[in-house]
Design a binder for this molecule. Structure first.
Ligand code: ATP
Length: 302
């Protein structure tokens, strides 16, 4: 018996970063959208009681970028599920990776969410979705959203997910860099740039919620916002050129995705996204281009 789970990448259409807390985390107010770029996690029984992981890369080769031991987020998820339920079985987790590694699209979190759902099925541990969401929050800020998907607000450190009223489908083009950016490094750069500025309590701008409720891509494109963008630009000045390229080709909005270095462009519809993608593929500023749409559901058994 094997179980395969498909899990989407996430983007943040709005990401407000508050001050650094005493717990070492920043408070966030974000709006997530799950998009149709998926990792797949397959769980099958192991001959021993160990937790094994294999990674197969789709698209950009990133050999060596993902740990193949107990540090892998999928393995950590399986270990946590075992601890919580008292199961002593092993598992072989095979990950097909299409989400760029260290690309600001929560690929590692997707694999953790996928492993929770796949192992819960394989081992027959029967945890409910709310119970899985609780374990997900212990694994990482983006893991609960990888389970739920759709469009949602994230507060706390991003792990407290609540529904957002939204309509329509949004067509995106992603410019993926061949070298990732580490999320902690990007937050540290933001802190450095902010010095001891007074940082306000993070809030989601009402213009984002209005645009999503109306299903209006033009309004959404005009209100995209990401406090981490300046830190990503500071570490990768070349990203500004990528943004300019997409804007000049008529993107409704252009912004760094999460901690970067992926840059996301919003198109008016699918045909416009194809045109934008073709233009960016021909641009010197970009390595790999991917088209996707959102919202899509979170981790699901296929
Ligand atoms: P986020 O958007 O959530 O901040 P990210 O998408 O920028 O994260 P990830 O791809 O999730 O970054 O991974 C960041 C790091 O986590 C990688 O550089 C890698 O060393 C480690 N890692 C551990 N397990 C995994 C996994 N299954 N897939 C990808 N990276 C993993």
């Amino acid at each position: 018996m094997t179980t395969t789970v498909r899990v989407p990448a996430k983007i943040n259409v709005s990401l407000a970063v508050g001050p650094l807390g005493e717990d070492g985390f920043h408070s966030l107010a974000t709006v997530y959208q799950a998009v149709s770029l998926y990792d797949e996690v397959t769980a099958r029984p192991s001959d021993d009681a160990e937790l094994h992981v294999q990674v197969h890369f789709e698209g950009l080769e990133r050999e060596g970028s993902v740990p193949l031991d107990g540090d892998n987020l999928a393995v950590r998820a399986a270990r946590l599920l075992r601890e919580e339920t008292g199961v002593d079985e092993g598992v072989v987790l095979a990950i097909r990776k299409a989400i760029p590694v260290a690309g600001g699209m929560a690929g590692g979190s997707a694999d953790a969410a996928g492993a929770l759902v796949a192992c819960n099925d394989l081992w027959g541990t029967g945890l409910t979705r709310p119970e899985l969401v609780e374990l997900a929050a212990a694994l990482g800020s983006d893991v609960p959203f990888s389970l739920t998907g759709g469009i949602a607000m994230g507060s706390g450190h991003g792990e407290v997910v609540s529904p957002v009223l939204a309509s329509g489908t949004y067509h995106w083009v992603f410019a993926i860099s061949d070298e990732g950016l580490s999320t902690p490094t990007v937050y540290a750069e933001l802190d450095r740039l902010r010095h001891d500025d007074d940082v306000a309590t993070p809030e989601v701008p009402s213009s984002i919620l209005t645009a999503l409720r109306a299903g209006d891509p033009e309004a959404l494109g005009a209100s995209l916002s990401n406090d981490l963008e300046r830190a990503a630009f500071s570490l990768r000045p070349g990203l500004r050129e990528t943004l300019r390229a997409g804007r000049s080709a008529g993107a409704l909005g252009a912004m760094v995705s999460g901690s970067g270095p992926t840059v996301m462009f919003l198109a008016a519809d699918e045909a416009h996204a194809a045109d934008l993608a073709a233009f960016l593929e021909g641009s010197d500023a970009v390595t790999e281009v991917v088209q996707a749409y959102g919202p899509v559901p979170g981790a699901r058994i296929v």
